[in-house]
Design a protein around this ligand. Sequence first.
Ligand code: GTP
Ligand code: MG
Length: 197
Amino acid sequence: MKIHSAQFISSVYRRDDFPQGGEPEIIFVGRSNVGKSSVINSLLKAPRLARTSSTPGRTQAINFYLINEAFYFVDLPGYGYAQAPETVRRSWQALCEAYLTNRPEIALGLLIVDARHEPKPLDVQMRDWLAHVGIPYAVLLTKADKLPGHDLARLAKSAAPVFPSVEVFPFSAVTRLGVEDVWRAIRARLDGSGNTH
Ligand code: GTP
Ligand code: MG
């Protein structure tokens, strides 16, 4: 997809503050520090748009980026960050639940898991959650550059039964592996919603 513009719009901490324009949203979910913000940056070829960090828990709000003035990329706070204070964790969870359960704008979920490990229980829980609320999703096995090719193929195969009947893409923000495949999946959903311009 040709990117004409990619703008940071807002960091939302309260459920009343979600954007109101009705544009379709592509959401990025996954464990803390798995590489969600890096996926956004590599899809947009904008290395510094979404803030990334080697410190887990960096993305603390729901961040909205407007792409081509037509659709949003939505960077959600990572789950499973054990060091976060309980009160902070609970408020993220409440905000994310409010967003995920009541947001018809969501056109596609991208569930991002670490290619180096089997999906964790919280990833499986997120899979079930997405299915439960009826959000179509695809899975990205990211940080694939850290694995030799044959290990990656093995892992992609072992992940497939965990994510039945959804697309699973090996991905790397470093080598850009998977970027075109993920754009294809995004475009297919946006075309479906008739809203790409
Ligand atoms: P939170 O917002 O804290 O939940 O993290 P996040 O999921 O947004 O992760 P982020 O994109 O900030 O990346 C976390 C760390 O992993 C950073 O040090 C990135 O440079 C690194 N990283 C992300 N993607 C890749 C990748 O594909 N390959 C490699 N080698 N490192 C990556
Ligand atoms: Mg982040």
